[in-house]
Design a protein around this ligand. Sequence first.
Ligand code: UD1
Length: 367
Amino acid sequence: MAKSIYLVAGARPNFMKIAPIVRALQARADAFSYKIVHTGQHYDRDMSDVFFEELGIPQPDHHLECGGGSHAEQTAKIMVAFEQICVTERPDVVLVVGDVNSTLACSIVAKKLHIPVAHVEAGLRSGDMTMPEEINRLVTDSITDWFFCTEPAGVDNLVREGKSKDAIFHVGHVMVDNLFYQADQLQRADRAGFVSEPLKQQLGRYGVVTLHRPSNVDDEATLRGLAGALRTIAQDMPLVFPVHPRTRGNLERFGLDLGANIHLTRPLSYMDFLNLWKDAALILTDSGGLQEETTAMGIPCLTLRENTERPVTLDEGTNTLVGTDPHAILQEAARVIAGQGKQGRRPELWDGAAATRIVAQLEKQIL
Ligand code: UD1
């Protein structure tokens, strides 16, 4: 009988990571069945539904509607709801992706019910215990059965933490699988309704900004400093800034004005955003995924954080870690604007076939 794999997705970056896994499982329908569980951690249409439509994946089989609240409230709500599903339906494997609260909540539930846990994007470590994601990564990996790693550092971290090498698989990156798939779709897409299209026509050469980390946007002094640096950069090159709901709230609360050369938009759909950033001269971000996607596409990226759990993007890719000091940001941005941005290469196994490797490995492990 086909083994059932439950795919957990909760927050925006999760949806793009499960899409290629869904496709790889569909190609092996003889061996696997699957269900998609949406925890509802992200619930705005712009942050959730729009991705399901566009990523070419079926609507979720289960929608837990556990958005909002504090970390504990959110995690607890997801655990209670997911436990009911696991008890009733007994999946053979629970597959979680990334490092969000949904990843943590569902891996704990599955493991306590003796359901094996597969973690995609395992082993990444920032070393920064003030990041909620770092805690989520550590806890999830402490109970994971099969670790799927995107880069060698992930493997090294897990080995250092004493995990069995037999359970660790360097498979490449499902985020990159999805990127290539969507870039191909974009060539044929009708861009008429895209927010990015008129902006591109209007602006010519431009940069793109995303910011949503609590450490950057919840603290007034930090956000004020970043806003000042962005305003200065935008005097030389216009910036487009799709704003996460958390960030929008804080910009308003602190009364921060970004000036006329920074074009704010609502959060964009995957394709609309890809259409925007793939032709940008510069990306400024605190996102994890965008550090990797820009490396995969060879676009210069300045990461506005003090650390990264994705060192391959620094060692091999186009990413530069600049921190949050406005002077450092201005200096590095000036370099990129002058055409002296970092060159990079695509890391090993970032080739569009990671999901196929994951499914092949799961087959070896459980069939
Ligand atoms: C979460 C992830 C983060 C990921 C990010 C991608 C955790 C700990 N963090 O952060 O790793 O990079 O998603 O976006 O899981 N909100 C809305 N509408 C939504 C979603 C959020 O208004 O659809 C607002 C709410 O006020 C909510 C707040 O944003 O309380 C924070 O949302 P939450 O899911 O807790 O964390 P993110 O900051 O989105």
